[in-house]
Write a protein that binds this ligand. Structure first.
Ligand code: F6P
Length: 365
């Protein structure tokens, strides 16, 4: 493949801190290292379907490294392979990936950087199979993209969740309450587990470990007998309630991942109220975890991923994702990506460490 001279960039899926820093790195690396032009598409894959774009130069990305969200806009409901259409017989879906390819051809693009989570990277892989040179940058606060040790945005969300737990700790202790804190993480409990570890969460409930309310309550009461008259319960939104499964808030048609979770914090809170002698309150951190300025770790990761992604396109690579493996940024084939999210290993070192410092997962006792 000849060296690309004009590439596109899109921020797809849910937003997260660090996306702007990644766009900035893509633009700066493309211009300074490879003499390429860059076009940014707006609102995720929607911009490629409707041809909404803007040229991106140095001035457009200046001062954006610390900016949360994405200046290009994002969408987690526009799958070009499954576009909802009105049909007399009811809702139907159409493959409009050819429209994306036509947009790319109209702009004369020779490559596309997709900054996205597992849903968006699956779309990227399918577009590549249709002939579009793509390179992916894995981002999601959930940290569940397979093939990379860390995703862009996770460290920032973890920092926000840790800060929230620190704050809730003092009010829980003052009122001798159980505080249930619902954090994001639909398939994987990374935020719950790591924020719990960082902030001294007493109970951590994650999708990967089935829990029983009686075991959670027993742990809270055992703490009380040791003089700890409060507890912090961190629950991932994707945790499965005993006998009830996950708590679904909404179904978003046309989204690569239509199920939106939410509400498990309230369910756990009400169940525990009946089993412990403390007042119980719950807090849902929700989209606060996706907002604000990226941490230094995420800013640096964004720069590393952005530079590596453009480098891959310049080398004539396509169908790869840049990934952090250990200390190194590497390329990994999108087609070889596991279809399963990268989950917490219930028998792994993180969980063992948490158990080692007395964290209750609700599966013992
Ligand atoms: O994947 C990122 C994420 O923030 C999940 O943690 C959460 O379940 C989902 O997106 C929320 O989606 P929405 O922004 O559509 O409510």
């Amino acid at each position: 493949m000849p060296r690309p001279q004009h590439i596109g960039v899109v921020t797809a899926g849910g937003d997260c801190p660090g996306m702007n820093a990644a766009v900035r790195a893509v633009v700066k690396a493309a211009i300074t290292r490879h003499a390429m032009r860059v076009t940014g598409f707006l609102d995720g894959f929607s911009g490629l379907l409707t041809d909404q774009s803007r040229p991106l130069g140095f001035d457009d990305v200046a001062g954006t490294v610390a900016l949360g969200g994405t200046m290009l806009g994002a969408s987690n409901r526009d799958d070009p392979f499954r576009v909802p259409v009105e049909r007399p017989g009811g809702p139907a879906y159409e493959d409009r990936s050819h429209v994306v390819l036509a947009t790319v051809a109209r702009h004369g693009l020779e490559g596309l950087v997709v900054i996205g989570g597992d849903g968006s990277l699956t779309i990227a892989r399918r577009l590549e199979a249709r002939g579009l040179p793509v390179v992916g940058i894995p981002k999601t606060i959930d940290n569940d993209v397979p093939g990379t040790d860390v995703t862009l945005g996770f460290d920032s969300a973890l920092t926000i969740a840790t800060d929230a737990l620190d704050r809730l700790h003092t009010t829980a202790a003052s009122h001798h309450r159980v505080m249930v804190v619902e954090v994001m993480g639909r398939h994987a409990g990374w935020i719950a587990l790591e924020a719990g570890l960082a902030a001294g969460g007493d109970v951590v409930l994650i999708p990967e470990i089935a829990f029983r309310y009686e075991a959670v309550a027993a742990g809270i009461l055992a703490r009380a007998r040791r003089g700890r008259r409060f507890s912090i319960v961190v629950v991932a939104e994707g945790a499965r309630c005993p006998g009830g499964g996950t708590v679904v808030r909404q179904i978003v048609e046309g989204s690569p991942e239509p199920v939106r979770l939410g509400g498990v914090g309230a369910v756990v809170s009400h169940a525990l109220e009946a089993l412990v002698s403390f007042e119980v309150r719950y807090v849902v951190l929700g989209h606060v975890q996706r907002g604000g300025s990226p941490t230094p770790f995420d800013r640096i990761l964004a720069a590393r991923f952005g530079v590596a992604a453009v480098g891959a396109l310049a080398d004539g690579e396509s169908g790869v994702m840049v990934a952090l493996r250990g200390q190194r940024v590497e390329r990994t084939r999108l087609a070889a990506m596991s279809p399963e999210p990268r989950r917490v290993d219930p028998h792994g070192e993180h969980v063992a460490t948490a158990r080692g410092i007395g964290t209750i997962f609700g599966d013992e006792g």
